[in-house]
Design a protein around this ligand. Sequence first.
Ligand SMILES: [Zn+2]
Length: 645
Amino acid sequence: MPSPQLRMLLFPAAIGLLALSASAQVSAINSPDGKPLSQRVVAYWIDAKLDTSAKTLDATEIVEYRNPSDQPVSTIPFHLYLNAFRPQSTFARESHENGTDIPHAKAEQGAIEINSIAAEGYGDLAQSMRFTAPDDGNRDDHTVMEITLPKPLLPTEAIRFHIAFHDKFPISVARNGYKRDFIMGAQWFPKVGVLWHGAWNCHQYHNDTEFFSDFGTYNVNLTLPERYVVGASGIQTGEQPNSDGTRTLSFRGEDIHDFAWAASPHFQVVDDTFDNSLGTVKLHALILASHANQSDRYLSVLKQSMQKFDEWYGPYPYKQITLIDPEPDSEFGGMEYPTLITGGTDWWQPSWVYYGLEVTVAHEFGHQYWYGMVATNEFEEPWLDEGINSYSEEKVMGSLFGQNTSVVNARRLYGSDAETLRMFYLARPDEDPIVRQGWKFVNDMSYGCIVYGKTATVLATLEAVLGEDTLRQALRTYFVRYRFTHPTGTDFLQTLVEVSGRTDLEPYFTQAIYGTDVLDYSVDSLTSGPVDWWEGKSAEGPFQTSVTLRRKGTFLFPVKLEVGFEDGSKEQVAWDGKDRWTRFSWDKPSRAVYAQIDPDQNVLLDVNSFNNSYTLRSDPTARLKLTNYWVFTQQLLAQWLSFLV
Ligand SMILES: [Zn+2]
């Protein structure tokens, strides 16, 4: 292994880039005051050459990391996530436990290998490298590597690493790798962990969890054959043809916490722009030639989603959003990275099914806010990105395509995104609480149903309590206050209380977010007959009407009851829902027709809406509609869970 001094000479290209790029530079963002948007804890300069036939990559990387804490550190961990795609990894073990085995033939595995690592002023650090497994102690898991410094890095001081690494991309798995000649460059470089709340936070790669990193800048050079078209995080800053039939593309990203790219010879570029209060954003879509007929749909829903997020929560400050149309039959679809998202469609997809394309784009764009900018810890609190984002997605879809027709809108078949997300929740309402570390859910199904479906439904029910405008204002405040930082669930819930002014929400949060209580109220009985029943004059009033309500679950929630009468009059009463049952009675000149809990149908957390009403006259049409829809959403459920991440 060469000495550190010799190694410095091995990185002329990257060092040249360093000189060009000050960490405070602003060129990839529309900054309102010309300053960086984040603290920029870390800066990366990566020079990578891709072998598109071997599906490998060789790169040099400079990482400048500034200790943002008030304590010295003597170890620094790195994510090496391509090592998740080996059969010995924790990811593979957890996938196996969930009944899905990763591709494990040698040629199909993924890997990332550090060829050398040194730091200026610290010397060669290769001997101090060791794999750690902070989450499960799996010694064969190589997704986290830690180096030990010969002397501590003091608070506010920076360290500059020089690393050489080699990637082997796996065959398409978990939104990574290659499929045919399409390569998805995700989690592909050594990335520093996060020094957070007084300790390093650098989790292993898990089956269900996503990611957590610090904000910073990225300067990335990618060299690959000329025929490849590349989409990447940030903006493109250069293009250099090489004499060997390759070209080098340069990209810069600012105030982002990860960098991903996708390459295919079959991309067609379709561009558009969107103007917001901070400036112009380029919409850069790379659509596979076989899906050219879907370009308008992609661009249209992307732009509309940007408009909604801009209007509701705040401006998108980056100069570009890149949308990648993923390779068919791959696992690349429906994924978010900073300023880059992957969609998903089929050439045959009819426009009345919004599920595949529009929902995916609306969802993944939403992650630019709830993940990209509000960068919560996706390992430890996945509900804060996927859950809040699923709620935002259903609001965007409802607003764009109609509340009841936001995923399917055919003549006799329709369905809403909110109801679809509720169906996920209904499939697994109580196996895990929402607040749980992502890898500790009982299985994939529970993770998907609770993190996405239940959180969205909890927020939709909260919307009914607070009002749509108040909840929107709370989300806006949360976004504006915490963008470019790493807030927690407590920050989110405190913002909800503060903005709504409702100090009585704690029991709701305790049951819905921290607990596994199930909400189910039913109308147990409805009777309506003559007050003077012993006279035998059944057709004459007055009539006594009695309704018995029951709390079938452990979740306590206020209940609204509406009773309708034959003369068209209605009675509404409120029950605190705390006892196991209650009964309401009226003496009225006419008989009751129905009793209905939650007449506005906005307590979506109630797991059984069929027992919410009791009718003394049957009406078959409503039931028929529900049956149709239930069959349809069940079919969607399995597909969705494997699709959206
Ligand atoms: Zn998602």
